[in-house]
Design a protein around this ligand. Structure first.
Ligand code: ADP
Ligand code: MG
Length: 371
């Protein structure tokens, strides 16, 4: 009897660069990517999400409308992926939907995290059972609700004696540390592309600094870099997770405004800041003669960032996860397909040693399509 099932993962990360969808076949926990599709987010909706995410004054109707519009957009993305791949809705066991994080505040007296994109709408419009709300049970158990990908990274990559670090560079950068006979470590190191994107958008009107063209024209402002490196989040010990609530444009401008650094020099300094905050963490985990740093997420396409990571970590072999047979552009969407599989099969999917939760739990909530 075959145990193969098809799942669709949907990821829209903090960069707001689009909705990533992945169609995967899962057989006994082993994931194979069959197809993928990136769906655009209309600029007007992107701006509304950013306004909420930056803690601007908002209203309940605004949040309700974004929740509704994203639910529809995710369903459209699934339909487009099904068309592209030639599959029918009835072929798919379930969708795993991350949703759009608009606020992540896992610490303090009243921890919470909010992802929008109504999964009832996804299930109703696609006629596919949908798993969503993956983060809040972990938070209810005292965890960070993030990062959730380390368990998936663990299922994909094994350490052969030397450390393997999987580094996802999305809006925020997060790593998973895999070592033999040791618990997985995983946390957000700090900014990924988010600050570089925000600065480039403000000054060049572009969504991101493609191939580090602007940064490459600038020089590092060491005083500004030292100031940025003082951010207290960087010195916190794990478990920890962060987001746009902290590393946002107003935060950046409040620091940059004290310097007279040129636009290109700030861009170059932000690239260096991102590289150093990542490398400082990765270097803590070197074990064995051939440690590997496997990169994924959009930041893996930034040549200057990759060059600086390789230079800052001379003892590490730095390569995209593609070199190990896993598509680096679809890692997160595949992870949420796998998390849906774990929910459907009642298998745990958080790693308490990573998130700080009090126990293992199967994450996600089922939204049935009532076919
Ligand atoms: N050619 C490139 N040059 C520089 N940066 C790139 C390039 N391609 C992608 N990126 C970066 O990757 C980001 C998207 O990464 P992604 O992994 O989708 O993040 P998220 O998970 O937050 O949505 C873009 O916003 C951009 O900063
Ligand atoms: Mg993205």
């Amino acid at each position: 009897m075959t145990t193969k099932e098809l799942y669709i993962g949907i990821m829209s990360g903090t960069s707001l660069d689009g909705i990533d969808t992945a169609l995967v076949e899962i057989d006994n926990n082993q994931v194979r990517l069959l197809d993928s599709y990136d769906h655009p987010i209309p600029d007007s909706l992107k701006q509304r999400i950013l306004d909420v995410a930056l803690g601007q004054q908002t209203s309940l109707p605004e949040i309700g409308q974004i929740d509704h519009l994203l639910g529809k957009l995710y369903a459209q993305a699934v339909h487009a992926l099904l068309d592209k791949s030639g599959h029918k809705a009835s072929d798919i066991t379930a969708i795993g939907n991350h949703g759009q994080t608009v606020f992540h505040q896992p610490g303090g007296q009243t921890p919470f995290t909010i992802q929008l994109g109504d999964a009832n709408i996804i299930a109703a419009l696609t006629q596919i059972d949908t798993v969503a709300d993956f983060r809040r049970k972990d938070i209810a158990l005292g965890g960070q609700g993030a990062p959730l990908v380390p368990a998936f990274h663990q299922s994909l990559f094994q350490s052969q004696g030397s450390t393997v670090v999987v580094l996802n560079i999305g809006g925020i950068a997060n790593l998973s540390v895999l070592r033999p006979q040791q618990a997985v470590i995983g946390y957000d190191t700090g900014p990924g592309n988010m600050l570089m994107d925000a600065w480039c958008h403000l000054h060049e009107g572009k969504a991101f600094d493609k191939d580090a063209q602007l940064a490459s024209k600038g020089n590092i402002d060491q005083a500004l870099l030292s100031e940025l490196l003082k951010e207290p989040y960087l010195a916190l010990s794990a478990p920890k997770s962060t987001g746009r609530e902290l590393f946002n444009l107003p935060w950046l401008e409040s620091i940059v405004s004290r310097y007279s650094t040129s636009v290109a020099d700030v861009q170059r300094t932000l690239c260096e800041y991102t590289a150093q905050t990542i490398a400082n963490e990765v270097s803590k985990f070197k074990l064995g003669d051939n440690p590997e740093l496997l990169t994924c997420g959009g930041g893996a396409h930034n040549p200057l960032l990759m060059q600086r990571l390789a230079e800052l970590l001379p003892e590490w072999q730095v390569m995209p996860t593609d070199d190990k047979g896993v598509d680096s552009n679809n890692m997160e969407a595949m992870a949420f397909a796998w998390l849906a599989y774990r929910r459907i099969h009642n298998q745990p999917s958080n790693l308490p040693e990573v998130t700080g939760a009090s126990k293992l739990a199967s994450l996600g909530v089922m939204y049935f399509a009532d076919k």
